[in-house]
Design a protein around this ligand. Structure first.
Ligand SMILES: Cc1ncc(COP(=O)(O)O)c(C=O)c1O
Length: 492
């Protein structure tokens, strides 16, 4: 595949046009309704015709790579193609013109949709109740761990510790710590939870055990039921990180595996693209004994009408304004209804099939630790590249030159030079074959070509550490930074 990204070396719209400081004919006080001290007297944004704005954003999009461009095999983060019909439904006026402060009697359809989505997630997750409020996976974890605390407190216990394995996603220990728990990380054995380590770690101080299954190596934790027994016998709860359900829908469920709490990332499994800073949704499901602690309001069906129930004295309270990210909820509802139960089963079957197919094509090019069979994703080691003085990062950057987004790299931490690939169910065999061919070709290339990659993209290799440390998200931020730098450089 011959790939070249577009490059538009033109000034940005902010540089190329004058920005009016004063609005034209416009009553800023909205007829005196806005007090003078709150009125803004201008908007520091470019004054451009629509034609130029469209050109600006289309050009920018062509200098980028998205899931609609091609394979985006980001392990753990799931970048699968999302059916366009789900976006179309969200743009309907009946969805986009609602206001969250409308009286419930005027939004019966929206309340019904959310109520039904809760029930469908209960079925998929094997739980009894779901809240749709949390805005992301990590927010779901934070909510879930608050439920853990509320549960133990209601039982008169103040347990101090959350236990989790070293393969867990970074947000797990972070969420536990944010709620105020100590975190105990257990080393895995052959990529899975070491049952003996769990036995010796768990005590009357354990509040919960957090687990992702299949874990982030793509391995199914086969001892999960024994682990659940150990945790429950100690009076602790079992938390399932269900950020990614792509492998198990209709095959098993967190509830069947005896978990008490689960969060779902709707933006990984159910039709909203993950990443890119867009909004997500991290609903949380629980078994019956935790239901009374869920956030308010609960959507209930009473006398044939959907109503908001705030009368839940043991609730942990509200965790998000209004109903959560409604548009993401609508997309998930549409996706689930579009596929139906059998369709979701084939999503999972194809996700696992694609992952194992690609793993088989690549396992001799890289190293594949921990046995053979994988679920929806697999993790290889880029260690063989070291012999040529190369790193996994060099390989990842070179992939961009072939028109593929790079996989997740350097996670999970238990694999040296990790390359974490999740091909997803939406990619064809032809695409997976092309991807595998590109990987093999890259490994055989002149090391210098890899070290200096990418070459065919709009921008060459970026300083990612600087981008993370020195975050500038807007032109205004950039201008502020330039000003501050100029101040610093001025001789005193
Ligand atoms: C396994 C796992 N858990 C939790 C999260 C956190 O989700 P979010 O990014 O929506 O906060 C992710 C995110 O990719 C994940 O992969």
């Amino acid at each position: 595949m011959n790939y070249h990204q577009a490059v538009y070396d033109v000034p940005s719209v902010f540089e190329s046009c004058d920005r009016p400081k004063k609005p034209k004919a416009f009553d800023n006080t909205v007829g005196g309704l806005i007090p003078e001290n709150l009125v803004r007297h201008g908007l520091d944004i470019p004054d451009l015709p629509e034609r130029d704005v469209v050109k600006h954003f289309v050009n920018l999009s062509q200098m980028n790579f998205g899931v609609d461009n091609g394979l985006y095999p980001l392990g753990s983060c799931t970048m699968k193609y999302n059916p366009k019909v789900c976006d179309e439904i969200v743009s309907w006026k009946t969805v986009s013109d609602l206001h969250p402060l409308q009286d419930p009697s005027t939004i019966q359809g929206a309340l019904r949709l959310m109520h039904e989505l809760e029930q469908m997630l209960c079925e998929i997750g094997g739980v009894d109740s779901v809240t749709l409020q949390p805005a992301a996976g990590a927010h779901g974890e934070y909510t879930g761990i608050q439920l853990v605390r509320a549960y133990h407190e209601a039982n008169g216990e103040s347990r101090k510790e959350i236990v989790l394995p070293d393969t867990s996603h970074g947000t797990n220990p972070a969420s536990a710590a944010m709620v105020g728990y100590d975190v105990l990380e257990l080393p895995s054995k052959e990529g899975c939870v070491d049952v003996e380590a769990v036995k010796s770690a768990v005590s009357k101080d354990t509040a919960a055990f957090m687990l992702t299954n299949p874990n982030t190596l793509g391995l199914f934790e086969k001892d999960v039921c024994e682990i659940a027994g150990i945790i429950h016998d100690a009076g602790a709860l079992l938390y399932y990180d269900g950020a990614n359900l792509n492998a198990i829908m209709g095959k098993t469920s967190p509830g069947k595996m005896d978990f008490d709490i689960v969060h779902f990332n709707l933006h990984k499994t159910f039709a909203t693209p993950h990443g890119g800073g867009g909004p997500g949704a991290g609903p949380v499901g629980v078994k019956k004994r935790l239901e009374e602690f869920l956030p308010v309001p609960r959507i209930v069906l009473k006398d044939g009408k959907y109503q908001l129930d705030n009368d839940r004295p043991k609730s942990i309270g509200k965790v998000r304004a209004f109903f959560g990210n409604y548009a993401v909820l609508v997309r998930a509802y549409a996706y689930i209804r579009l596929h139906g139960g059998n369709g979701l089963v084939s999503v999972s079957e194809n996700a696992v099939l694609n992952s194992n197919y690609l793993k088989t094509l690549l396992k001799d090019t890289f190293e594949l630790p921990y046995g053979d069979l994988r679920k929806h994703e697999f993790v290889m080691s880029g260690r063989p590249l070291k012999a040529k003085g190369l790193k996994t990062m060099d390989f990842a950057k070179r992939l961009l030159d072939y028109g593929f987004h790079a996989p997740t790299v350097y996670f999970p931490l238990v694999v040296d030079e990790a390359i974490m690939i999740e091909p997803t169910e939406t990619e064809s065999k032809e695409t997976l074959d092309l991807f595998a061919d590109a990987c093999k070709k890259i490994v055989a290339e002149d090391p210098e070509v890899l070290r200096t990659a990418p070459h065919n993209t709009a921008r060459s290799r970026l300083n990612e550490a600087k981008a993370a440390r020195d975050m500038i998200f807007s032109w205004r931020g950039y201008e502020k930074k330039m000003q501050a730098d100029a101040e610093k450089a001025r001789p005193c």
